[in-house]
Design a protein around this ligand. Structure first.
Ligand SMILES: Cc1ncc(COP(=O)(O)O)c(C=O)c1O
Length: 371
């Protein structure tokens, strides 16, 4: 995956010239290993109270090798293909800052989708082009799909953001279409596939496509299936050339020592086995929730999706969100997204939390409740 070829030169060429010319800040901990007498980083020589062996008086390793290796094994790639970030949110931001020239480059998003692609693009001064998803009906129910004209709209865009399974619609994306898109755009831009929810889906990661498509970038996160949203840890998986460019601009010490220690514990074999049991439980709970939602008079459509949430259209979406909140249950209003009038995203919770939601839904009669 990391052997140099002419295409790899091409992918680095897609970056902003000023980033390619940039010399990264060389922090003390990145320059030398942390053995010996450490008088090179203006740190305090004594650990703080409550340190618990973490050496919190020292700056952390910018990309701790142990966690990087563990994540690379988990995702089935090489450590040189992976950058650890403060959540996928930071990965999205880094990609935009490295590849999009303010006021010049454009990015493509496929709404309804995760809002950070467009927000981070606008912060960077990149124009946002939209190729809205289209709805289709099949024997399995309603689902969303990529727009038929996505390839044309992607023309002239420096980054195409895709998400599979997509938030908030839950649909997955056909890997062959992603491969063809990456192929067609090899000289002109990146295709970023956000796989934040892939652990919940029957489909596997698109990692194998990276071998043939140097302009493909994958985003993974520990926030969802790995239950570490509070740790803020994500991974960008890409060719080493892309990883190297992102490293030029990432903050010098992005990953706090305690965060790294907790993540390593949460990714050991026992923890992963416990996590698999939770994933199975979530899948069963999702099925139970979908059955109730499909039978609810206040719900007019259910998009089952492949993630740990279900998107529904309610008779009155805002009222559903407001009245669920009054019952102590927080749901996410999606009605501001294009094509999602009255739509609400419901995350699958514990069996007890879902039971509370089901009780609420069974007695919820939108026509009768007060405005
Ligand atoms: C599709 C998608 N990508 C990325 C993220 C952000 O992930 P992280 O917590 O790793 O920043 C989210 C969070 O909800 C998401 O839904």
């Amino acid at each position: 995956m990391n052997s140099p070829d002419s295409n790899e030169q091409g992918v680095a060429d897609l970056a902003r010239p000023e980033i390619r010319a940039l010399e990264a800040y060389a922090s003390a901990r990145a320059l030398a290993d942390s053995a010996g007498i450490l008088l090179n980083a203006n740190e305090n020589p004594w650990p703080p109270a409550g340190d618990e062996g973490l050496a919190l008086n020292r700056y952390p390793d910018p990309q701790p090798a142990g966690l990087r290796q563990r994540l690379a094994e988990l995702y089935g790639t090489g450590a040189e293909n992976l950058l650890i970030t403060r959540g996928s949110d930071e990965g999205i931001d880094l990609l935009l800052r490295v590849f999009c020239r303010p006021g010049v480059d454009r990015v493509l998003v496929c709404p309804p989708c995760f809002g950070m692609y467009a927000l981070s693009a606008r912060v960077q001064g990149a124009e946002v082009v939209e190729a809205p998803l289209v709805e289709r009906e099949s024997e399995h129910g309603y689902a969303f799909d990529l727009a038929p004209d996505l390839e044309e709209k992607a023309d002239g865009c420096r980054i195409v953001f895709l998400c599979s399974p997509n938030n908030p619609t839950g649909n997955t994306i056909d890997a062959d279409r992603v491969a063809a898109l990456a192929e067609a755009r090899a000289e002109t831009g990146l295709v970023v596939v956000d796989e934040a929810y892939v652990e919940f889906a029957p489909e596997t990661s698109m990692l194998t496509l990276l071998e043939r498509h140097p302009n493909l970038v994958l985003l993974r996160t520990l926030s969802k299936a790995h239950a570490l949203a509070g740790c803020r840890l994500g991974s960008v998986i890409a060719r080493p050339e892309v990883i190297g460019l992102l490293r030029r601009i990432i903050a010098p010490y992005p990953l706090p020592t305690p965060t790294v220690a907790i993540a390593l514990r949460a990714l050991d074999d026992d923890a992963l086995a416990a996590e698999r049991a939770h994933l199975e439980m979530l899948a069963a709970e999702r099925t139970r929730l979908i059955e109730v939602l499909e039978a609810s008079p206040g719900i007019s459509r259910v998009w089952k999706g492949a993630a740990n949430f279900v998107l529904v259209r309610a008779v009155d979406g805002k009222r559903l969100v407001a009245e669920a909140a009054r019952a102590g249950i927080r749901l996410r209003d999606q009605s501001a997204q294009p094509g999602l009038a009255d739509c609400v995203r419901i995350t699958v919770g514990t069996p007890e939390e879902n039971a509370a939601l089901i009780d609420f839904l069974r007695q919820w009669h939108p026509a009768e409740s007060p405005a």
